[in-house]
Design a protein around this ligand. Structure first.
Ligand SMILES: *Cc1c(COP(=O)(O)O)cnc(C)c1O
Length: 376
């Protein structure tokens, strides 16, 4: 049998940028400003330009980006932060770390994105219970696709909620012709190595339109410092980005558009060749996905198990994002009000992600499609 296809191919990408990368890393080794060095400032400018945001503040991870954004609003005890139940754990962890309460919202069955109608219902429930103050929405752009931001913003405006876009999986995606980065009061992204734009370690960034917010983010990422290093204005954190990571990201940005296009071509090929065999992911209307994840839906968990085993035997890796919605996780059960979220619970039992990295060859795509069709 031929070798297994990698789920991610960071080595293939590294070979492509090797020369440029080496020059940039050597420049950092020469100047030795390893934290918040000049490459970090250059990266912030490039990223803001890329997504059309007025301000970009580079930070130490996507999780820290979310945390700094909520800290800047003073969100904490007694505050309800609404977020989808079907997402990565970091989205729910951050409000809890700050003493706030995550309120889990169900997702849309077709797009897997947070359901705006369900959000409105959850806000009304929290108001009626009278225990928590509805304060914020963390909308997640899941799997590379934008959430339904026009509808989410309408609910948030009616309810007076601050909006934070968790764009950790979806930097580079666009909604109604505009790249994500400006659809909410603030946008957080992640440069974890497996994200569409990944560093060689942890990293993240915050985007906003407000100069005041950007200044506060800069202060909070460096322990709440003021205009001089030893003036402390806020309770902050160590949330700074390494210069070496910024150098890696600057290098990867030179091929990022091309990689996004390659992911989109693979998604189109999967759609065309798999739609008769399995349920392919619904496209969010008038959007361009960054295709971090391409997730198919099987009829039930037994069918998913059979599919995964069949793919594995054919050397095709697959992964389950996410096997368990967050409101059912032991760590979050206590914070959850007990509401059943049927769509998240159902999707978790039968969703399956196929490889979609930009270095898949046409032969790889043929092999993946044949294996999926043979096991459907
Ligand atoms: C990866 C991810 C994060 C966290 O990013 P890190 O850089 O790993 O801290 C947050 N939210 C979502 C939806 C993610 O996928």
């Amino acid at each position: 049998m031929t070798a297994a296809i990698p789920f991610l191919d960071l080595k293939g990408q590294q070979a492509r940028i090797a020369g440029d990368l080496r020059v940039r890393l050597d420049a950092v080794l020469a100047h030795c400003q390893f934290v918040l060095g000049p490459e970090v400032t250059a990266l912030e400018g490039k990223l803001a330009g890329f997504c059309g945001a007025a301000h970009c503040v580079a930070v130490s991870s996507g999780t820290d980006a979310l945390q700094i954004a909520l800290m800047a609003e003073g969100i904490g005890r007694g505050d309800a932060v609404f977020l989808p139940a079907f997402t990565y754990t970091a989205t729910a962890e951050v409000p809890l770390v700050l003493g706030a309460t995550p309120v889990f919202v169900d997702i849309d069955e077709k797009t897997f994105q947070i359901d705006p109608a369900a959000l409105a219902v959850r806000v009304a429930e929290v108001r009626r219970a009278g225990r928590l103050r509805p304060r914020a929405l963390i909308g997640v752009d899941l799997f590379g696709q934008p959430a339904d931001w026009p509808a989410l913003r309408a609910v948030a405006a009616a309810e007076g909620l601050y909006t934070l876009d968790d764009c950790a999986q979806s930097f580079g995606a666009a909604l109604h012709g505009v790249r994500l980065g400006t659809v909410a009061d603030a946008t957080a992204t992640s440069f974890f190595p497996s994200k569409p734009l990944g560093a060689y370690g942890d990293g993240g960034a915050l985007f906003c339109q407000s100069a005041e917010r950007a200044a506060l983010y800069r202060s909070l990422r460096t322990h709440g410092e003021g205009t001089t290093r030893y003036e402390v204005l806020h309770t902050g954190m160590n949330g700074r980005l390494d210069t070496l990571q910024a150098a890696v990201l600057l290098s990867k940005l030179t091929v990022f558009e091309d990689e996004l296009a390659a992911r989109a071509r693979i998604a189109d090929a999967y759609d065309a060749r798999l739609a008769n065999a399995v349920r392919v992911p619904a496209r969010v209307g008038n959007s361009v996905s960054a295709w971090a994840i391409y997730a198919i839906l099987l009829s039930d968990s037994a069918a998913r198990e059979r599919m995964q085993a069949g793919l594995r035997a054919a050397g095709v890796p697959s992964a389950i994002y996410y096997p368990r919605p967050l409101h059912t996780q032991p760590a979050y059960r206590e914070a959850h009000d007990g509401t059943v979220l049927p769509v998240s619970e159902d999707i978790a039992t039968r969703i399956l992600a196929l490889p979609i990295h930009p270095y898949l060859t046409e032969a790889d795509v043929d092999r993946i499609c044949a294996a999926v069709c043979a096991n459907a």
